[in-house]
Design a protein around this ligand. Structure first.
Ligand SMILES: NC(=O)c1ccc[n+]([C@@H]2O[C@H](COP(=O)([O-])OP(=O)(O)OC[C@H]3O[C@@H](n4cnc5c(N)ncnc54)[C@H](O)[C@@H]3O)[C@@H](O)[C@H]2O)c1
Length: 259
């Protein structure tokens, strides 16, 4: 278990909005199991502490930072905490993302701006803060969590989510192109239908969870929803030196949904 030995990783959105395994929580634990020291960043201190506690219980090393990514100082807070804890950043995984249902006619300016700020603006803000350190050390890896919604239309509308996640895909490639000469890689994951607490947090109380899970699994050619571990395993590869010649890649984790 040494695929990230010696790496200093920050996982942004390392908690989970409900019981069980979210993508960020699984990613933080998976990274730590492979030898990374992990800063668990979340606006919810208790959620970040829970993830850090799971890592510590397994003998791993984790720190916690409570910050809302929409705060102008979020980037400096992350880079400052990493600098103080371990002297810099090797891996930055940006996992925070929110969904807002609604097509063009249902989406207000305020909703559009909020979704874009969290799904895309904050990724830019935090990237800008940690990039100088990665460039000066001549190595670093960004892993962004976008969504299949960037390229695939669901049976319902959530235009602000789709477009902001498409922007994140392009952003990851821009970061890759700009920083390849500096030894810094950037890749993006497009999770498909994944069973996480995040999904349940956005469905109404009338929806039967088992029914929803069955319908979601039926959409996937592999016949099952993905798990947070499927996303975490993809992130682990992209974060590790095994992906040392891989940058600007959009990795779909979708069980064949777009095959
Ligand atoms: N579950 C799916 O089917 C699916 C599919 C495609 C993409 N995704 C993407 O995966 C990511 C969600 O993964 P998850 O399961 O870890 O999500 P999650 O909703 O459980 O959130 C992870 C953490 O992010 C934190 N967070 C939310 N807003 C924040 C903010 N403004 N500042 C700081 N922290 C904040 C939450 O407190 C939570 O602990 C999102 O980017 C989502 O778009 C999920």
């Amino acid at each position: 278990m040494t695929r990230l030995a010696g790496k200093r990783a920050a996982v942004i959105g390392a908690g989970s909005v409900g019981p069980g395994w979210g993508n960020g929580k699984a990613m933080a634990v998976r990274f730590a199991r492979e030898g990374a020291r992990v800063l668990c960043v979340d606006r919810n201190l208790e959620a970040a502490q829970e993830t850090a506690g799971l890592i510590a219980d397994e003998g791993g090393v984790a720190e916690v930072l409570a910050v809302d990514v929409t705060a102008p100082e979020a980037g400096d807070a992350v880079s400052g905490a990493m600098e103080r804890a371990w002297g810099g950043v090797d891996v930055l995984a940006y996992n925070v993302g929110i969904s807002q249902t609604g097509g063009v006619l249902e989406t207000s300016d305020a909703d559009w701006a909020r979704v874009f700020d969290i799904n895309l603006g904050a990724a830019m803000r935090i990237t800008r803060a940690v990039l100088p350190g990665m460039r000066s050390q001549g190595t670093g890896a960004f892993v962004y969590v976008s969504s299949l919604a960037a390229v695939y239309s669901a049976p319902y509308s959530y235009v602000s989510y789709e477009v902001s996640k498409a922007g994140l895909v392009r952003f990851a490639r821009s970061v890759a192109h700009e920083n390849a000469p500096h030894g810094v890689r950037s890749n993006v994951i497009l999770p498909g239908v994944i069973e996480t607490p995040h999904v349940n947090a956005f469905v109404d109380s009338e929806t039967n969870p088992e029914d929803l899970a069955r319908r979601r699994a039926a959409m996937v050619p592999m016949g099952r929803q993905g798990s947070a571990w499927d996303v975490a395993n993809a992130a682990l590869y992209l974060a590790s030196d095994e992906a040392g010649f891989v940058t600007g890649v959009e990795l779909r984790v979708d069980g064949g949904l777009t095959a």
